[in-house]
Design a protein around this ligand. Structure first.
Ligand code: CA
Ligand code: CA
Ligand code: CA
Length: 483
């Protein structure tokens, strides 16, 4: 907004044309147009200018104005009068452009601009705004608790031990990439999640008919495979917490934000209220996500028993182009020697995730594995949504995994033409290396959302194919992914 625009709207401001200013440095009486500074109109204009100049993190040097005089009009006396009125001195000048930086002590920047913004002796007078590295900060009031997204040391940890979310949001805040949350369900009524829930476009709710003929009657938000019904509401809290890290609605003035501000969460409940569930129900949930076109799924759960059926379901999802992000487990185990499923299946579409803390150390509970765990992500003391419209802290590779799923959804939002393999390669190739994960994970680093969005796609990885996975073979033969 230009100053002149403001003046055009301020018809009631009266100019006090000829205020005499004594300038002891000259014999002449300098004349400068001056508004009546005590008038309500003037104060209103100052208020309006101040609010325009100071909104949404915009800052400017408090005692400085950038001034360009009109050389054909401004006499030396006028300039002196101006500077006396503002108690100004010229701090610096440009070499050729006639633009000066004035330090003013006599009044505020807004007052100075209100007073002299339309003075014919001045081409323009404006704040000396402060530019800075561009980052996008959402307005969610509890955003500052999310050290994993932006670590300023607010939890006593190491600044920048985070995934660089605000930097990433300059590029992409997310769109309707569909993320299946295969978990304990989701509080789809949560005010920070309800607008980001996937809904089945082919289903009419509550009519008792399987309208889209997918085998599930009235499946609107997904399905509850644990209880075999159409209500995947979360009776535990784990799934709602996971969903919030992926895609709690960002910049809505409520609570927290997910890594993606607006992904679509498909609620696929197979874990019961106790937090455990059967492999068969998991297989059904994976099949549903594939059938209904989820772009990726988040799997913050694990078992230590191999299942060919579970492997087949994930392989089918991979054949459909779906990414499968899985928690490595919370037993401080080496998954290379003791596989945890589904994270440890040797399938290209799986990303296996370890947990890090606010100092970029491996969380003490986190599993690892130089060939079977791909990367780390923040998982200690993660704050997110819980059922009933609330929020709370949880720790685990379960909390790390949705950070990766969220970044995958951002990468896909930014470039929908990428394949699942390309998204995975991008995420693994662009980690921030951290010493605690060197040699015990495939990538040796912690997730970085900004780098994942900006990094070039690496050359395709040629996977080593094993026809059948046998948990008894030496797992060092695996080729999960190579950098
Ligand atoms: Ca249906
Ligand atoms: Ca229906
Ligand atoms: Ca929010």
């Amino acid at each position: 907004m230009s100053v002149n625009d403001l003046f055009d709207k301020s018809d009631n401001i009266e100019l006090n044309d000829s205020v005499d200013i004594e300038d002891e440095s000259t014999d002449q009486v300098a004349v400068a147009p001056k508004r009546e500074m005590e008038s309500p109109e003037f104060q209103a204009l100052v208020q309006e200018l101040s609010s325009t100049m100071g909104v949404e993190g915009i800052t400017y040097a408090p005692n400085e104005v950038i001034v360009k005089l009109n050389p054909s009009i401004a006499s030396t006396n006028q300039i002196n009068a101006l500077q006396t009125s503002l108690d100004a001195k010229v701090k610096e000048s440009t070499q050729t452009m006639g633009i000066q930086l004035w330090e003013i002590q006599g009044m505020s920047v807004a007052e100075a601009i209100a007073l002299y913004g339309d003075d014919p002796a001045i081409e323009y007078i404006e704040p000396n705004y402060i530019g800075s590295i561009n980052t996008t900060t959402p307005n969610d009031p509890e955003y500052n608790r999310l050290w994993g997204l932006n670590n300023t040391g607010q939890t006593g940890g190491t600044p920048d031990a985070d995934i660089d979310a605000p930097e990433a949001w300059d590029i992409e805040t997310g769109n309707n990439v569909v993320v299946g949350v295969i978990d304990t369900g989701v509080d789809y009524n949560h005010p920070d999640l309800n607008d980001n829930m996937w809904t089945n476009p082919g289903e009419i709710a509550g009519n008792g008919i399987d309208d889209d003929n997918n085998g599930y009657v009235d499946d609107v938000y997904g399905w509850d495979f644990a209880n075999d019904d159409n209500d995947p509401f979360d009776d535990n809290s784990h799934g709602t917490h996971v969903a919030g890290t992926i895609a709690a609605e960002g910049n809505n003035g409520i609570g927290v934000t997910g890594v993606s501000w607006s992904a679509d969460i498909m609620a696929l409940k197979f874990l019961g209220s106790s937090g455990s569930g059967s492999y068969f129900d998991a297989i059904q949930a994976i099949e549903y996500a594939t059938m209904m076109g989820a772009d990726l799924t988040n799997n913050s759960w694990r078992g230590y028993s191999f299942s060919q059926g579970l492997r087949d379901a994930i392989a089918m999802a991979g054949n459909a182009g779906q990414l499968f992000v899985a928690a490595s487990g919370n037993e401080n185990n080496n998954n290379d020697t003791r596989p945890a499923y589904p994270a440890s299946y040797n399938l290209d579409n799986i990303i296996s995730v370890a947990s890090t803390d606010d100092d970029d150390r491996r969380s003490g509970f986190s599993n690892f594995g130089s060939t079977s765990v791909d990367l780390g992500a923040p998982g200690s003391s993660v704050y997110s949504t819980i059922p009933g419209g609330g929020y709370g802290f949880k720790s685990g590779t379960s909390m790390a995994t949705p950070h990766v799923a969220g970044v995958a959804s951002l990468v896909w939002s930014d470039d929908p033409t990428l394949t699942a393999q390309q998204v995975k390669d991008r995420i693994l190739a662009t980690v921030d290396p951290i010493s605690d994960l060197q040699g015990i994970t495939v990538s040796g680093g912690r997730l970085n959302a900004y780098s994942a969005l900006t990094g070039s796609t690496p050359p395709p990885v040629v996977p080593v194919i094993f026809d059948d996975f046998d948990p008894d073979v030496d797992n060092s033969q695996w080729s999960n992914i190579t950098k």
